[in-house]
Design a protein around this ligand. Structure first.
Ligand code: GAR
Length: 221
């Protein structure tokens, strides 16, 4: 059996995506092992999830540091101590400096609740509803210095329903996020995919499924 990649997870809050990764890690053949969960927010719910799963936790409150670089130096120390090889942002709401991003280049992934490059940033679902978009979704991508930017590992599409509210849409996208993140981390940790020229390659094109239509296509046009 190949050795599992040692993974660190960065969180800022609820940690439901972290929970999806914890659950995926229960499978004996999952190619990643969660070594440490680090939160920049004291008391984040995700810290309890990690503790319940027996994973080491660490709080590094960015408010206690004079600069982003000082905060990140502390982050690096914690990641080194845990022997982390691969980093996952799971609802980590802090921009990282170019130096940090460069150090973890192509070893650092993030999940965002939209079909990137559309709807980067905050209040994604509200903005999707405002535009009248019919399909949205979620994306796992390698991290680059710009917010919610970088080579796309995997995406899931979610249909917007006529009476969706921000909350109902967020809940359906979140369900897709949980499946997508576990799947994407598996691809990255196993080395199935890699970055070439700022695109992620390695998946056979025929692995893609049929297009998603919203409204659905009738049987005959
Ligand atoms: C998730 O929806 C995640 O995609 C989003 O924050 C939420 C965290 O929820 N991340 C971003 O918007 C990053 N730009 P969780 O703490 O329950 O995983």
């Amino acid at each position: 059996m190949t050795t599992k990649k040692r993974v660190g997870v960065l969180i800022s809050g609820r940690g439901s995506n972290l929970q999806a990764l914890i659950d995926a890690n229960q499978a004996p053949d999952y190619p990643a092992e969660l070594m440490v969960v680090i939160s920049n927010v004291p008391g984040a719910r995700g810290l309890d999830r990690a503790t319940e799963a027996g994973i080491q936790t660490c709080v590094i409150d960015h408010k206690n540091f004079a600069s982003r670089e000082d905060f990140e130096a502390e982050l690096e120390t914690a990641l080194n101590e845990a022997g982390v090889e691969l980093l996952c942002n799971a609802g980590f709401m802090r921009l990282l400096t170019e130096g940090f991003v460069r150090h973890w280049l192509n070893r650092h992934i993030n999940i965002h609740p939209s079909l990137l490059p559309a709807f980067k940033g905050l209040h994604t679902h509200r903005r999707v509803l405002e535009t009248g978009a019919k399909i949205t979704g979620c994306t796992v991508h390698f991290v680059r210095a710009a917010m919610d930017d970088g080579p796309i590992v995997a995406q899931a599409a979610v249909t917007v329903r006529p009476h969706d509210t921000e909350d109902s849409l967020a809940a359906r996208v979140l369900e897709a996020e949980h499946k997508l993140y576990a799947h994407a981390l598996k691809l990255v940790a196993a080395g199935t995919v890699r970055v070439e020229g700022e695109h992620v390659v390695g998946m056979a094109p025929e692995a893609g499924q049929t297009a998603l239509f919203s409204p659905p296509l009738p049987d005959t046009l």
